[in-house]
Design a protein around this ligand. Structure first.
Ligand code: SAH
Length: 228
């Protein structure tokens, strides 16, 4: 952050950061990271006018880029530091990944829609995010090779948290996830791995697209349907 401290934030970025502050986000590292991620590069051209608004927006495949306030709340809840190896499930547009990248050592991120996975790869390359590793696959299975992780973040709501994921946490590790049915109540939950097991906290009601097990049956046809 000091590296680019001399670059002033755009007016749109400043406005968004002020809105997040007014909504109660006080973590300066998270606010600085969010001010510097160009959200306009993560939304479809049709929504450019709203790129810096504090709203969720469609990104194709029936998915959404999360609302900035929710990204801020989840990033704060994750208590991430520059020593941490982070697993994110649900890359989507890649916006949350790009917010995490400057705050941690490395982000591993998984997406089950091939088209979203590929688009996010292009964005990470354009932004030169050297500490992001991506995978096209089913995140409910976790990512065994680089495990354990210091932090795990789900950006899609699990009706029930897949048991494999807490097991991939390092000792003292933290997992943050929306938990609940697609159309029912969802709660942002924080799990902390202790010496003896797991501690759970409920952080507040949220609304997310569902975590879906497995890969889309026919990615090509889904992509065509979503673009009409
Ligand atoms: N963090 C994203 C939010 C995207 S919405 C952003 O800021 O843009 C959640 C994403 O989770 C969607 O792209 C959806 O396809 C993905 N997802 C749902 N179930 C998944 C699974 N089992 N594995 C990987 N990704 C999944």
């Amino acid at each position: 952050m000091t590296r680019r401290a001399s670059t002033p934030l755009s007016i749109s970025a400043q406005r968004l950061i002020e809105e997040l502050r007014r909504a109660g986000i006080a973590d300066e590292r998270v606010l600085a990271a969010m001010g510097r991620v160009p959200r306009d590069q993560f939304v479809p051209a049709a929504f450019l006018d709203h790129a810096w608004d504090n709203v969720a927006l469609p990104i194709g495949q029936g998915q959404t880029i999360s609302q900035p306030l929710v990204v801020a709340l989840m990033t704060v809840a994750l208590e991430v530091t520059d020593r941490h190896k982070v697993l994110e499930i649900g890359t989507g547009s890649g916006y949350q990944t790009a917010v995490l990248a400057p705050l941690c050592r490395r982000v591993f991120t998984i997406e089950r829609h091939q088209a979203l996975h590929q688009e996010s790869n292009k964005r990470f390359a354009a932004l030169r995010l050297g500490n992001v590793t991506t995978r096209y696959g089913d995140g409910t299975k976790g990512w065994p090779e680089p495990a354990p992780f210091d932090r795990i973040l789900l950006t899609a709501a699990a009706a029930k948290l897949p048991a494999t994921l807490p097991d991939m946490l390092a000792p003292g590790g933290v997992l943050v996830a929306p938990v609940g049915e697609e159309k029912g109540q969802q709660m942002l939950v924080r799990l902390r791995r202790t010496e003896t097991g797991f501690e759970t906290e409920e952080l507040g009601a949220v609304r997310f697209v569902p975590l879906v097990e497995g890969l889309p049956r026919n990615p090509r046809r889904q992509g065509e349907a979503a673009s009409t």
